[in-house]
Ligand binder design. Sequence first.
Ligand SMILES: *[C@@H]1O[C@H](CO)[C@@H](O)[C@H](O)[C@H]1NC(C)=O
Ligand SMILES: *[C@@H]1O[C@H](CO)[C@@H](O)[C@H](O)[C@H]1NC(C)=O
Ligand SMILES: *[C@@H]1O[C@H](CO)[C@@H](O)[C@H](O)[C@H]1NC(C)=O
Ligand SMILES: *[C@@H]1O[C@H](CO)[C@@H](O)[C@H](O)[C@H]1NC(C)=O
Ligand SMILES: *[C@@H]1O[C@H](CO)[C@@H](O)[C@H](O)[C@H]1NC(C)=O
Ligand SMILES: *[C@@H]1O[C@H](CO)[C@@H](O)[C@H](O)[C@H]1NC(C)=O
Ligand SMILES: *[C@@H]1O[C@H](CO)[C@@H](O)[C@H](O)[C@H]1NC(C)=O
Ligand SMILES: *[C@@H]1O[C@H](CO)[C@@H](O)[C@H](O)[C@H]1NC(C)=O
Ligand SMILES: *[C@@H]1O[C@H](CO)[C@@H](O)[C@H](O)[C@H]1NC(C)=O
Ligand SMILES: *[C@@H]1O[C@H](CO)[C@@H](O)[C@H](O)[C@H]1NC(C)=O
Ligand SMILES: *[C@@H]1O[C@H](CO)[C@@H](O)[C@H](O)[C@H]1NC(C)=O
Ligand SMILES: *[C@@H]1O[C@H](CO)[C@@H](O)[C@H](O)[C@H]1NC(C)=O
Length: 553
Amino acid sequence: MGLTQLIILSLIQVSWATALPTGQQTSSTPLLCSTDSRQIAVNASNNATWPWQTYRSSTAQPPALLINKTGDPLYDGLIIFATENGGTPAAEQESPYIFNDEGELVWSGPVDITYNVRIQTLNSAPVLTYWSGQGTAGEAAIAGHGYGKFIILDTSYNVIHTVSTNLNITLPPGVVTKSALDLHESYITPRNTLLVSAYNTTPADLSSIGGPKNGWVLDSLAVELNITTGEVLFSWSSLDHLPLNKSKEPLGHSGSNATAPYDFFHINAIQPVGDNYLINSRHYWASFLVNPKGKVLWELNGYDGGDFGNLPEGGTFSWQHFARLQEINSSAALIHWFANNNALALDAPIPSTGLTLQVTIPPNKASPPKLITNFTNPQNPVAAYSQGSFSYLPNGNGFLAYGSNAVLAEYGPVSETNSTEGQVRWSAQLGYGESLSVYRGYKSVWHATPSTEPSLVVLSAKDVQNDDLALCAGTSTMRGFVSWNGATDVTDWIVYTGSNNTTLTAVGRVNKAGFETQFAIPAGAAFVQIGAVENNSNFVARRSSIVKIGGSS
Ligand SMILES: *[C@@H]1O[C@H](CO)[C@@H](O)[C@H](O)[C@H]1NC(C)=O
Ligand SMILES: *[C@@H]1O[C@H](CO)[C@@H](O)[C@H](O)[C@H]1NC(C)=O
Ligand SMILES: *[C@@H]1O[C@H](CO)[C@@H](O)[C@H](O)[C@H]1NC(C)=O
Ligand SMILES: *[C@@H]1O[C@H](CO)[C@@H](O)[C@H](O)[C@H]1NC(C)=O
Ligand SMILES: *[C@@H]1O[C@H](CO)[C@@H](O)[C@H](O)[C@H]1NC(C)=O
Ligand SMILES: *[C@@H]1O[C@H](CO)[C@@H](O)[C@H](O)[C@H]1NC(C)=O
Ligand SMILES: *[C@@H]1O[C@H](CO)[C@@H](O)[C@H](O)[C@H]1NC(C)=O
Ligand SMILES: *[C@@H]1O[C@H](CO)[C@@H](O)[C@H](O)[C@H]1NC(C)=O
Ligand SMILES: *[C@@H]1O[C@H](CO)[C@@H](O)[C@H](O)[C@H]1NC(C)=O
Ligand SMILES: *[C@@H]1O[C@H](CO)[C@@H](O)[C@H](O)[C@H]1NC(C)=O
Ligand SMILES: *[C@@H]1O[C@H](CO)[C@@H](O)[C@H](O)[C@H]1NC(C)=O
Ligand SMILES: *[C@@H]1O[C@H](CO)[C@@H](O)[C@H](O)[C@H]1NC(C)=O
């Protein structure tokens, strides 16, 4: 393991040219010697940065996931998350990512501070979405919320929408941005609108909680927008509907000015539930159902159950994230959260759980919530003091991202007849302690063919450190490195070579291995190109540029 080396192209002239037509039938060609060529890098002068992966054909530097797994069945999907550095350089590169559960990179997005990257559905089509800070929003994100825009990509990774609007809210002094969407929630509804959170810096009378009469709060807003026009279709203000004195967040020194407003509510999740909205408040330890007129229909409180009655043993929660409700029938629902159970990095922390309660609807204190899951990993009982997510996967497994602690985990389904079910089956660490955040993590089915072309780099074998192909490459002295950022369905690469750049013929096939595949280029080739084959088909979906192999000795 060494530091990333600069790729030295001294002996090789690379010429980029237009790719040949795609869709040509691939002939049956011999399998060439190849391998997964990812390398792991560490920073020898800085042990605070988690090890990362490097490639020759891509500048991506994603984390090297440290994975535990039991071998029990996992959901067949891809893992989607973004890394967010704290003050220290905990991740070599901050980006949104897609991985498989073997820890292989699939897609590396723009190097930027992004939140809540995930797969959603817009107009019946799958889309990849994320929040991206705008203006001085990056600094605000570290303060616990953000100001930015919402990006929607199609299955070719083309941006099809950027939702950007100032929402007419007041920004704290010093924050400059054109778009005021908050980083916590960005949910595309079944009616193809967008639910987003927003934080409005607002004057408020804080005397009821021992603060100044002319004080300041962060008013948490739940907003529904038209995705194409940015028009506001619904806006709910927590300050207009809830008393400040039910917040669990201490006023402390906040609230006396607009630079340090009192964050009494801290909205972090919104879900459409029919015409209503499920709104989660970290600082009330509560989830609320709100109707289209803004009226609070009920409150489920993590301390005393609120309208639902006493919570079961092992089923209380605090400082929680990612509330989601799933109706079972007209009188019962499941609600689940990432139950942080901690507000600070404490010395004696309480494990965070993937909490699921079954509740009676409408709420009835005589029929209080029942505990369905409180997923924890006894081998690694992470106590996350902020952020996090817990979603159910279609096969019944649960997927957790531990927020302030860069850990992801998949749990097996719970069973009414087998109490030992619901154990962790897969977990991954990608940062040290609390230095790196993974705000949310998802596992989803995603099939994408990028609009960019595959990337091909050629090196002389003698310039390849630890050349894994030395034993199988025969007379080949050149190595190709190929990747196609974001391609999910490539199974093989076809290798074309020629003595000139007008006539290249298929000389071999390479099985795709990992994000980047290294292969031996047959001896004597002057030009090389690769073609991507998806789903073991007989057709080339896209070719790389032609690379000239010049001056090799
Ligand atoms: C082939 O090489 C010529 C001369 O260098 C160049 O002009 C042309 O664009 C190249 N064509 C392809 C398909 O690479
Ligand atoms: C390694 O860490 C040092 C100290 O933080 C930093 O200056 C340097 O840029 C890092 N190197 C790489 C390759 O990230
Ligand atoms: C980094 O090195 C310092 C000094 O040896 C040590 O105290 C610290 O625990 C190390 N950190 C990690 C993440 O290994
Ligand atoms: C924002 O303010 C402008 C100008 O006062 C007004 O025309 C517009 O309707 C407002 N939009 C919202 C969503 O309140
Ligand atoms: C959004 O606005 C466009 C343009 O006015 C309109 O065609 C569309 O129906 C609106 N969508 C929703 C969900 O309101
Ligand atoms: C909050 O204030 C209201 C009246 O302003 C009072 O009735 C209520 O008891 C207070 N609640 C708490 C939790 O202090
Ligand atoms: C605002 O209040 C905070 C907390 O009391 C204080 O640290 C800060 O100096 C104040 N800022 C201004 C501009 O008065
Ligand atoms: C999970 O719930 C059980 C009660 O059913 C309780 O004994 C246990 O402590 C809980 N675990 C956690 C981590 O909350
Ligand atoms: C709804 O589901 C709950 C939990 O499975 C069950 O106890 C209840 O009988 C069901 N009610 C109806 C009306 O089907
Ligand atoms: C219960 O689940 C555990 C963990 O998956 C499994 O090892 C065990 O065989 C199951 N027991 C029964 C009776 O199915
Ligand atoms: C993997 O297992 C080891 C040994 O039980 C444990 O120390 C580590 O925390 C686990 N990693 C994760 C990400 O859960
Ligand atoms: C390119 O190579 C092919 C195959 O070797 C050959 O038939 C053709 O004449 C060459 N074309 C040029 C322009 O050299």
